[in-house]
Ligand binder design. Structure first.
Ligand SMILES: Cc1ncc(COP(=O)(O)O)c(CN[C@@H]2CONC2=O)c1O
Length: 475
């Protein structure tokens, strides 16, 4: 009888078996089953704009199409189909990528594209940025995982993560064998940050022998949608300075802002505005992606992280690890270059690019309002407005009887509710338990991405389900 094999379940790395990732968890799997049975499913579980009908921006696709098929550039009719600035840009990127899109690039990404990212950051923040400290990655996820892997040494290393949080963080911390140290966002304060309770969380972790090493902020927030004010970010930077924490600033939704009171401001800009000692001492990693914003190019897997105040020897180690994967995907890098360096006023494609972008962003803003109002029209639902990002995270107040029935079915109350919602309406959401929430309080996360014309019908379908659910289970 042969002994167990390395890839038998029982023999797997325990960290692999422990890891959870709710965005594609039980609800998603059930929704996929129902879809196979022919039920119409509205997949609002993932912030995946093009999967819900959003059209890609024209200019980037024109440039990448020409980069993917450079023989088109030799066609005498190419100018009849592609605008001159797309042709010029494609030639520019092909000159930056020796061997074209089929060749590995530098493990940190194409230098010329990293230069474009540095110039974008300089324009955005008003402070110099060094392309040598910017690494292009296969989506922001890979950058986040690489940095967490570098920081976590063992299970006594803690990472401060906002709760509710985007489960990439809990999953990666678990996978790398570290400890998640939660800091709770205050729903009643519009998902605001409470540093007093955060300090308590750090003190409690330290009393258990945890070394808190880094703090994650997600701004704008996922799933909560809040936008941090400049004052909030200053507070956080002072906190990281005092507690000697690395700040991991996840800013992938920086283009997705739907209110004017708190426009996006980067952690890096606030840090440099503060000046020394904070601007010299706090180690900061900032993340961005082409998956979000009004681009929504999730499948292209374009992302970057920028390192600030990181010692050269550490940068060398980060480079070494990046080299293991040889090269970030090259098309994704070109999408990143195009996103940070889009057509400018006067360019042939500027008007079209600007009109397309504006239309998407304005529609997202309207959809955020429609969804928030729809949830708040239900007597047992309370929903903060989606100030930014792409999600709505309503609190669902459930009758005790519903919670008892859920428990007897072996389900968390919000999982039970979301499964019933899915079966009744085809709306596929993620239960709040997948993001973390305070004890006894239940939420669901959906996206504001369904087509605007479908939104009213979706919200009335939700309200019809919710009201009948409440009637069925009222105490
Ligand atoms: C806060 C945050 N950071 C990073 C990522 C990863 O982005 P990349 O595509 O660049 O790897 C996501 C994706 N958001 C997931 C995907 O869709 N729904 C979500 O909650 C995210 O929400």
């Amino acid at each position: 009888m042969m002994g167990r094999k390395a890839l038998d379940y029982e023999e797997l790395n325990e960290n692999v078996k422990k890891v959870q990732y709710a965005v594609r968890g039980e609800l998603y799997l059930r929704a996929s089953e129902l879809q196979k049975e022919g039920k119409r499913i509205i997949f609002t579980n993932v912030g995946n704009p093009h999967a819900l009908g959003q059209k890609p921006l024209t200019f980037p696709r024109q440039v990448v199409a020409l980069c993917q098929a450079p023989f088109l550039l030799d066609d005498p009719n190419v100018g009849l189909i592609f605008p001159a600035d797309a042709i010029a840009r494609a030639k520019h990127y092909l000159s930056l990528a020796p061997g074209g899109l089929g060749a590995y690039s530098d493990s940190r990404g194409i230098p010329g594209v990293r230069q474009e990212v540095a110039e974008f950051i300089q324009r955005r923040d008003g402070y110099p940025s060094d392309p040598e400290l910017i690494y292009l990655t296969d989506g922001a996820s890979k950058g986040v995982m690489q940095m967490l892997n570098a920081i976590i040494r063992n299970e006594r290393d803690g990472i401060l993560v906002p709760v509710p949080q985007y489960p990439l963080y809990s999953a990666a911390i678990s996978l790398f064998g570290g400890s998640l140290v939660p800091y709770y966002l205050e729903e009643e304060a519009n998902w605001g940050l409470d540093l007093v309770s955060t300090r308590q969380s750090v003190a409690e972790a330290r009393s258990k022998g945890i070394t808190v090493r880094a703090m994650v902020i997600i701004n704008p927030g996922n799933p909560t949608g809040q936008c941090l004010s400049e004052a909030n970010i200053r507070e956080l930077l002072n906190f990281c300075y005092q507690e000697n924490l690395v700040l991991l600033a996840d800013e992938v939704y920086q283009q997705n802002v739907y209110q004017d009171e708190r426009p996006f401001i980067s952690a890096r800009k606030v840090m440099f505005d503060m000046g020394p000692p904070v601007s010299r001492e706090v180690q900061l990693i900032s993340f961005h992606t082409v998956s979000k914003g009004y681009w929504g190019e999730c499948g292209q897997r374009g992302g970057y992280f920028e390192m600030t105040n990181i010692p050269p020897k550490t940068v060398d180690e980060i480079y070494k690890v990046a080299s293991i994967a040889l090269s970030p995907n090259v098309p994704g890098q070109i999408f990143m270059g195009l996103m940070v360096n889009p057509p400018k006023p006067g360019d042939i494609s500027y008007l079209k690019y600007s009109a397309e972008s504006k239309s998407i962003l304005e529609s997202l803003r309207r959809r955020a309002q429609i969804m928030t109002d729809g949830f708040n029209s239900c007597r047992n639902v309370v929903c903060n407005f989606t100030e930014g990002a792409m999600y709505s995270f309503p609190q669902i107040r459930l009758p005790q009887r519903a919670m008892d029935v859920a428990k007897s079915a072996g389900k968390a109350p919000d999982v039970y509710y979301c499964l019933k919602l899915l079966e009744a309406t085809g709306i596929s959401t993620v239960p709040g338990s997948g993001f973390g929430q305070k004890e006894g309080v239940f939420h669901l996360r959906t996206t504001i991405l369904p087509a605007e014309e479908d939104m009213p019908a979706i919200m009335s379908s939700f309200k019809k389900f919710n009201d009948s659910f409440m009637e069925q289970y009222q105490d």
